[in-house]
Design a protein around this ligand. Structure first.
Ligand SMILES: Nc1nc2c(ncn2[C@@H]2O[C@H](COP(=O)(O)OP(=O)(O)OP(=O)(O)O)[C@@H](O)[C@H]2O)c(=O)[nH]1
Ligand SMILES: [Mg+2]
Length: 174
């Protein structure tokens, strides 16, 4: 029998969350991207303001993927999206070390309110200068119990391997 798992994809502004979901979703994703009006508009023109939604089937598991906004001013959505999730992905841009403080804060917030499994994905591994997973683990001060995986959100196999790992942790509790 198929089962549905709720997976939240979170991380700092511009980490690649919307792209991650778009790349693997079997349905046209639902996005809420709007023009950036704050000073971050120099970095990218559009940002998620409420959520992304996509779906991916992995064997007998149907993953409902919920992407969060990255900008802290939309953080009221984080709690709403995290409700009854089975697991989550913390996506960080390996080329943006200054976003790691926000990534740490997100990990603290999400683990404070929930005990579900999570993995960290060191994204944008295709770009020069991207920190490797081991360096991301060290920078974020993560224990060896937390899987830190390399990722390229533009590549479906790469995104799937992150989600397969998380699904195994959810289903088998390992
Ligand atoms: N080269 C490269 N570019 C990426 C990768 N992942 C995302 N991007 C690009 O990075 C930019 C930001 O990606 P988004 O998916 O909008 O990031 P987001 O985390 O949803 O951003 P917010 O919703 O604003 O927080 C886009 O131009 C993406 O195409 C990656 O793995 N490699
Ligand atoms: Mg987004």
């Amino acid at each position: 029998m198929k089962r549905t798992l709720k997976v939240v994809v979170t991380g700092p502004f511009g980490a690649g969350k919307t792209e991650f979901i778009r790349t693997v979703s079997e349905i046209d994703i639902i996005t809420t991207e709007r023009k950036v009006t704050t000073r971050e508009k120099q970095i990218k023109s559009e940002t998620t303001v409420a959520m992304d939604f996509g779906r991916l089937t992995l064997g007998r598991n149907i993953l409902h993927l919920f992407g969060t906004p990255g900008q802290a001013r939309f953080e009221f959505m984080w709690d709403i999206l995290a409700k009854e999730m089975h697991g989550f992905v913390i996506l960080v841009d390996g080329t943006e070390k200054k976003s790691f403080a926000q990534a740490k804060r997100l990990i603290a917030l999400f683990t404070e309110n929930s005990e579900v499994p999570f993995v960290v994905a060191a994204n944008k591994q295709d770009l020069k200068g991207a920190l490797r997973p081991a360096q991301v683990r060290k920078s974020l001060g993560l224990s060896t119990k937390v899987p830190v995986l390399g990722c390229v959100s533009l590549d479906a196999d790469s995104v799937k391997s992150v989600l397969v790992q998380l699904t195994q942790m959810i289903v088998w509790g390992t």
